[in-house]
Design a protein around this ligand. Structure first.
Ligand SMILES: [Zn+2]
Length: 166
């Protein structure tokens, strides 16, 4: 996206700002340099909703202990026994067994697909353009982000950039 059609970012930094656990002792460190949430929702550890962007869409975090400075934008919600995944503006949810088993993979393709949803891309099953083999947003047809996925994101930007003053 960098350099394409007025896209305003040269890069998008990623920072892990919190961990959610069932039991604090799971973590093999004791400092709280990043926030640790001992919190369960729907049977899986989840970061605290008062600190999540999805749950505070006005940008205020009055019930987050660290306020705006300690909020998170997205969460990766690992869920034991979950097949497939889910993704949205709140983050991604995938099976913890799948994720741990794929940690050494260059492309954790279900996660890539769900991150696509987090960035606004829809499932795209209606048709496959001529000359395109598969792509990550057509689940099961590709195991890595393809040039066609990049064009889906460019198209999203083409339609929505005016909303953001570009
Ligand atoms: Zn999907």
């Amino acid at each position: 996206m960098a350099g394409h059609n007025g896209w305003p970012y040269a890069n998008v930094p990623l920072e892990v700002v919190g961990w959610a656990v069932r039991d604090r002792a799971t973590l093999q460190w004791t400092d709280n340099f990043v926030d640790v949430y001992v919190n369960i929702r729907e049977g899986a550890p989840q970061c605290a909703e008062p600190c999540g962007r999805f749950f505070n869409q006005n940008g205020q975090y009055p019930n987050c202990p660290g306020g705006v400075a300690r909020h998170y934008d997205m969460s990766l919600w690992l869920t034991a026994g979950m097949g497939g995944g889910a993704g949205g503006d709140w983050g991604q949810r995938i099976g913890s067994e799948y994720y741990v088993g794929a940690l050494n993979s260059e492309n954790i393709h279900i996660l890539l697909h769900e991150i696509g949803h987090s960035f606004g891309l829809d499932d795209f099953y209606d048709w496959t353009p001529t000359g395109v083999g598969g792509f990550i947003m057509k689940a099961g047809s590709a195991t890595q982000i393809t040039e066609f996925d990049a064009w889906m994101l460019r198209d999203w930007w083409r339609h929505l950039k005016a909303r953001y003053g570009y």
